[in-house]
Design a protein around this ligand. Sequence first.
Ligand SMILES: Nc1nc2c(c(=O)[nH]1)N[C@H]1C(S)=C(S)[C@@H](COP(=O)(O)OP(=O)(O)OC[C@H]3O[C@@H](n4cnc5c(=O)[nH]c(N)nc54)[C@H](O)[C@@H]3O)O[C@H]1N2
Ligand SMILES: Nc1nc2c(c(=O)[nH]1)N[C@H]1C(S)=C(S)[C@@H](COP(=O)(O)OP(=O)(O)OC[C@H]3O[C@@H](n4cnc5c(=O)[nH]c(N)nc54)[C@H](O)[C@@H]3O)O[C@H]1N2
Ligand SMILES: [Mo]
Length: 684
Amino acid sequence: MPVYSTACPRNCYSTCSFKVKVEDNKIVNIDPHPLNRATPEGICLKGLAYVERANSPDRILKPLIKNKATGRFEEASWDATFEILAEKIKYFQSGFGNHSILFYAASGMSGLVNGFSNSFWKMVGGATTMYGNLCWPAGLEATRITLGDNKHNAPWDLEHAKLIILWGKNSAETNIQEMIPIEKAIEKGATVVAIDPRRTQTAEKASLLIQPKPGTDGALALAIAKVIIKNKQYDQPFINKYVYGFEQFTESLKKHTLSEFADITGVSELYINQLAGLIGSVKPMTIIPGYGMQRFTNGGQTIRCILALSVITGNIGKSGAGWHYANLQSYVFDSVKEPMSYYPPAKPNGIFRRSISMAKLGEDMLAAKDPELKMIWVERGNPVAQNPDTNRVLKAFRNLDFRVVVDQFMTDTAMEADVVLPAKNMFEQSDIIGSYWNPYVQLKPKVVEPAGEVKPETEIYYWLAKKMGFVEDEILKYLPKPNNEAIEEFLKENIKRFPELDYEKLKAGPMLAKSHEEIAFADMIFDTPSGKIELYSEKANQNWGVNPLPAYVETIENEHNQAKYPLHFLSPNTKNRIHSQFNNLKVIQLVGAEPFVEIHPEDALRRNISDGDQVKVFNDNGFFILKARFNFSIRRKCVAISNGWWIQQGGSTNFLSKGRETDMGHGTAFHDTMVEIIKMGVGE
Ligand SMILES: Nc1nc2c(c(=O)[nH]1)N[C@H]1C(S)=C(S)[C@@H](COP(=O)(O)OP(=O)(O)OC[C@H]3O[C@@H](n4cnc5c(=O)[nH]c(N)nc54)[C@H](O)[C@@H]3O)O[C@H]1N2
Ligand SMILES: Nc1nc2c(c(=O)[nH]1)N[C@H]1C(S)=C(S)[C@@H](COP(=O)(O)OP(=O)(O)OC[C@H]3O[C@@H](n4cnc5c(=O)[nH]c(N)nc54)[C@H](O)[C@@H]3O)O[C@H]1N2
Ligand SMILES: [Mo]
C-alpha cells in the first residue's frame, strides 16, 4: 500500500505533517510524521477525519446548476456548465464592466497554486477583489509596527521558557501541538498563566487564570506595565540599546491609576500586582497572544499594549523568551504568488481597480456603484456563515444576478449559488505550503485521482478560458496546462529558486527554509524606521490614525453603552472543526452535533433560563436559537458560541456580529458584539 508524506493545508497554526496511506485510489489511513519537530504526534480528530471527508457521500462530485423553477440543484456536464459560465462572464463584462464581477476567496485551502485563481481574473481583464482579512491582520500589523517582522522562536524552543502567558490563546484546542513544549516547560518548573474570559481546556494547564472583561486586555497590559515600571523591574540595559519610546510610554501610563485600570478590566489590583510580579521577575518569559483577542475594534492597539510587556522586560531575541504571534518564516514562496488583494486597499494596479472590505462584505457589496456588482465567484470560503453580518451578506448575495461557488460540500454559501462547481481536496492536486507557526516548507503531493468529475481550480479556469475564446498561448501565460504534471513542473521551478530546498527531499517530509531563525530576532535587527523596537510609532499614527503609543481604547460596543444588550458575545474557535469545516462529518458529529451557547448560571437564572433550555440569542443584527449550556467558569456577562455552525445546522454566529473593521490591518471585529438572551416560549 503506498504511503506518502503530506501536510495539512487547513488554516490552522499547527499545519501538521502526516503520512497518508492510499489503496485503490482511496485515502485509507492517516499517521503522524516524525520528521516535523513541531508536529511529531497527536494528529487531531479533524486530521483523522480526512479518511471520511475524502470519501464522504456528501461530497459534490459534479457541477450543479440550480433549477430556477424548483429551487433544486441538478447535475450538469462540465461542458454545459462552462458554456453558461463563459456566457455569463462575457455578458457582465460587456454590459457592466469587469468590475461588476466580484472574485471572493478565503482561507479554505492554503498553497502556492491558489495564486493561479488571481491570474485567471487578471487574464480576463480584472474583477472586483477583496481586501483585508477575517482572521489576524490587526495583530500582524501591531507586531510589524513594533518589531519590524512577524516571526518567533521555533515552537520547540518554548520548553525553555520559565514563564508562559497564554494571553487569549486556546492552544489546547486551536494549536494542540503547542501543548507538547508547554507540558515540557511545566515539567521543568515553568509557570503557566492563562488570560481568557472563558476557562478553556488550555486554562486547565495553567496555575493562574485571569478573566478580564472582553476587549480590555490593552488596559490590563498597561496596568501591568505600570506596576513593573514602578517597581523598577524593567530591563534598563535592553531598553537603552534596543527600544524606542520608553520614556513617552512610561509617561502615558500616568493617565490611569491602578484602581481605574482594575475598574476598566474587571481584574482586581491584587491580580494585576501578582501578574506584574511574575512578568517582572521570571525569565525567560514567552507571551503567546491569540488571534481572538484582536478581533475587536481596538484589536491592534490591544496587541501593541501586550507586546510592550515582552519589550520592557527584555524578553525578545532569546531562547525561551519571545512573542509568539505569527511565525511567517516558512512563507518564502509568497513573492511568487499573484497577490490576492492590494494592501493597503487604495492602490489599484490597473487591472484590479476596485476592492471591497472582507469585514464589510455585505455592506460593501450592496453599496458598490459604477459598476454595481452583478456576479460573484466564491472559492475556498464560506462567507455566508463566516463573514460578519450574515443577514446583510445574504441580502447582498440575493441582490446579484449570478452566483458561482466552488466547494467540496453544500455549505450555506453553496446553497445560495446558481452554479456550484465541485472542488478538489488536499489529496487531489500537488502544492507547496508554509505555516504561520511551525517553520517548515512542506510539499503536499497529489496522491489520488480527483473523485467523480472533480477538477482542481487551475483546470476549471483553463477550460473556462478556452470556452471564453482565449487561445492556448495566451492562457499559458497565466495558467498551467490542465494536468498535475504541469503543476509539479511549476513547483519544481519555484523550489529551484531556493537552493537549500530540494523537490525529492520535500517528497520525504518537511524542510526548513535557509533563512529560518531558531531564535527570532537573536541578531537584534529590527526592521522599523528607527531600527529599534518601537513602542512609540509614527507609522502607527500615520497609517492607521491611532495613538503613536500603545494605548487602551474602549471597544465600540461595551457594557457601559449597550443597555439593551448587556452580554459580551464571544464566538471562538473549537477543537473539532476548522471554522465551518468538518462539522458535516459523522465522526465529528459523534462528539458534538448541535450548537449550544455557554452562559454563567447566574446570568441564566436571572433570565429564568435552565441548563438545556432552548434560548434565543439576539441583538439588532439578528438572532440564533439554540440550547443553553451552563458554564460555572465563564466570566459573568459573557456568553460564547463557537463559530462555524451552518445555518443548515441551526444557525450561524454571524447573524449576531457586525461588519466592522479593526483599528489596524483591515481585520474583522467579530467580537465587538453585545447580545441579550431570552428563553424560548416567553415573549420571544
Ligand atoms: N481546532 C481548531 N484550530 C484552529 C482553528 C479552528 O477553527 N479550530 N482555526 C485556526 C484559525 S484560522 C485561527 S484564527 C486560530 C484562532 O485560535 P486562537 O488564536 O486560539 O483564537 P480564538 O479561538 O479565536 O480565541 C482564543 C481565546 O480567546 C478568548 N477571547 C475572546 N475574547 C477575548 C478577550 O477580549 N480577551 C482575552 N484575553 N481573551 C479573549 C476566547 O475565549 C478564546 O478562548 O486557530 C487556528 N486553529
Ligand atoms: N463569529 C465569528 N466568525 C468568524 C471567526 C470568529 O472568531 N467569530 N473567525 C474568523 C476566522 S479567524 C477565519 S480564518 C474565518 C474562516 O472562514 P473561511 O475562510 O470562510 O473558512 P472555512 O469556514 O474554513 O471555509 C472554507 C471553505 O473552503 C472549502 N474548501 C476547502 N478546500 C478547498 C479547495 O481546495 N477549493 C475550494 N474551492 N474550496 C475548498 C471548504 O469546504 C469550506 O467550505 O472565519 C472567520 N469567522
Ligand atoms: Mo483565522
